[in-house]
Ligand binder design. Structure first.
Ligand SMILES: Cc1cc2nc3c(=O)[nH]c(=O)nc-3n(C[C@H](O)[C@H](O)[C@H](O)COP(=O)(O)OP(=O)(O)OC[C@H]3O[C@@H](n4cnc5c(N)ncnc54)[C@H](O)[C@@H]3O)c2cc1C
Ligand code: FES
Length: 498
């Protein structure tokens, strides 16, 4: 189902129904852009509250990162409490935890009330000690959680792992099939009268201060909306501000056949950086990790790294049956950006910066945005305000932006191959011609696709991603397919002709 990346994920086959592209100008009360968990959930919440909603998706619903997820529903997967308390204090850490907890509850309630069958299941999660953590560190983490009012049990033995690996137990976490969930929500959207258009890429938003925002599609059709919810994973409504406060990472998942059902089905994640995350999907064990900055190739094959780690830790796994990758956006201060589009007094709202917890973030984000649009108070509004300065993660912010600045060196680096014929088939390389740089994809035989290597967003030089066969920008995570078509923002345009 995923027309953008080469590798299909384990959720393939659970697709939502298809919808036609927009082929006329329309007016709507709310236009939600992006058909992943954040956008579909926002459309659902707003339609439930009586708004006239239109949902716009560039490709197919749930074909973005929602299709690439491993769908752990946890109250802590990404950042440890000690770190969060250091950055934001106890009360904000408690609130952040509570936001995830209530999002899991919201998903469960929606499944029940809307009769959505998506393999939702409550189960325990365990944060287990990696090589970087001593038992003392784990106890400090438990103490930090306790001081925020979050009770975790220390356990000396962790289910599924070899003897002597201690962990912290998180009760009442959950897992589900995200595509079945989206399919169920989409059925309800139909009943609620939401208009849905797929294959409709937004090329331009006019961010004026008028009551109506105009969104223009690639085909030149206009959508006039009183409110716009930008749920495009990374926002297409801001050119710079948010993109200097969050950073694009690739992450990888591998599913292994397991011959017998697990004694206890649990979620696992470890304390390493990057961390590993583990769950069962039917008769497979899915293991994720090996994260690295987008467009900056790791030394080791990420799939090999995951397989090696898995076989060392879980002796019961068999053959690899799926492997795929995806992209997450890491905010400098670890908290997502949910609220009014920065710097504008317009009625545009964003949900972004979800890191590896976008299932819950998209869900509480949809509730927060709906409250903001309705003018209601929400306990998380100031915590996740996109306008906040990166005061708390300032070290991370500086380091990551130095990394971004360094990527512009590629403007002066030489060609990666002498002639385009030297590029292996089904692969890509950068070629210099005088002052300009092209990205060349060698399809087969004499068949080449050549585009300018300059990312239309802010002029980074794209890099070849040989795993998903895409051109990825190392600056802010825009991605393009082999024909140069944009498949992930923040770029709104395709790669130009050379
Ligand atoms: C390997 C992996 C494992 C993960 N594991 C977990 C996990 O266990 N738990 C968890 O909570 N999270 C996890 N995540 C993160 C989670 O998958 C994402 O954060 C989440 O899916 C983001 O949802 P979204 O709706 O914001 O974005 P998306 O699902 O990416 O949806 C955005 C949509 O917007 C559309 N769009 C973009 N630009 C335009 C435009 N200009 N016009 C129209 N449409 C546009 C895109 O086509 C896309 O469909 C994981 C991610 C990966 C990659
Ligand atoms: S994504 Fe910003 S320059 Fe490419």
């Amino acid at each position: 189902m995923n027309t953008k990346d080469r590798l299909a994920s384990i959720w393939e086959g659970s697709n939502p129904p298809g919808f036609s592209p927009l082929e006329q100008n329309i007016t709507t009360q709310v236009c939600v852009v992006g058909g992943g968990i954040a956008g579909v959930s926002a459309a659902y919440q707003l339609a439930k509250r009586g708004f006239k909603v239109t949902l716009i998706e560039a490709f197919q619903l749930a074909s973005g990162q929602t299709d690439r997820t491993t769908a752990h529903l946890t109250t802590q997967l990404e950042e440890q409490f000690l770190e969060l308390v250091k950055m934001h204090g106890k009360e904000s850490t408690r609130l952040f935890h509570e936001a995830h907890r209530s999002a899991i509850q919201t998903i469960e309630t929606i499944c029940e009330t809307e009769n959505i069958s998506c393999d939702f299941k409550r189960l325990n999660g365990y944060l287990f000690r990696g090589e970087n953590f001593s038992e003392k560190n784990l106890l400090e983490e438990k103490k930090a959680a306790h001081e925020c009012g979050i009770e975790l049990d220390f356990v000396a033995e962790t289910p599924l792992l070899r003897e002597g690996i201690s962990s912290l137990k998180f009760e009442n976490q959950a897992q589900f099939n995200p595509i079945k969930y989206i399919s169920g929500l989409v059925r309800v959207l139909g009943d609620l009268g939401v208009s849905i258009f797929e294959g409709t890429h937004i090329r331009h938003l006019n961010n004026t201060q008028s009551d109506l925002t105009t969104l223009t599609t690639d085909n030149g059709f206009e959508i006039k909306a009183n409110y716009v919810v930008v749920a495009t994973d990374t926002p297409i409504s801001t050119r710079f501000s948010i993109h200097s406060k969050q950073f694009a990472y690739r992450t990888y998942a591998v599913a292994f056949q397991v011959s017998q059902s697990p004694m206890e089905e649990v979620l696992l994640w470890d304390t390493e950086d990057p961390y590993h995350y583990v769950r069962f999907v039917g008769d497979t064990l899915v293991v994720g990790g090996a994260d690295h900055r987008t467009g900056q190739s790791p030394e080791k094959d990420p799939f090999y790294e995951i397989e090696d780690w898995t076989r060392q830790n879980f002796s019961f796994v068999g053959d690899v049956c799926w492997k795929w990758s995806g992209q997450v956006f890491e905010p400098a201060d670890q908290l997502p950006y949910i609220g009014k589009n920065p710097g504008l007094e317009s009625n545009i709202f964003i949900i972004t910066g979800a890191s590896g917890v976008g299932m819950t973030t998209g869900t509480f984000g949809s509730l927060l945005i709906s409250d903001l649009i309705e003018g209601k108070e929400n306990p998380y509004a100031s915590l996740f305000d996109p306008n906040r300065a990166p005061m708390h993660g300032v070290g991370e912010y500086m380091m990551e932006n130095v990394n971004v600045a360094f990527q512009y060196k590629d403007w002066i680096t030489p060609s990666q191959v002498k002639r385009r014929e030297d590029i292996p088939e089904d692969s890509g390389s950068l070629l210099r011609d005088g002052l300009s740089k092209s990205c060349v994809y060698h399809a087969q035989g004499e068949n080449f696709e050549t585009k300018s290597a300059v990312c239309p967003h802010l002029g980074g030089i794209v890099h070849w991603n040989d795993i998903e066969k895409t051109w990825d920008c190392p600056c802010h995570g825009s991605r393009f397919n082999t024909e140069g078509k944009v498949i992930e923002g923040p770029s709104l345009s395709n790669l130009l002709e050379p």
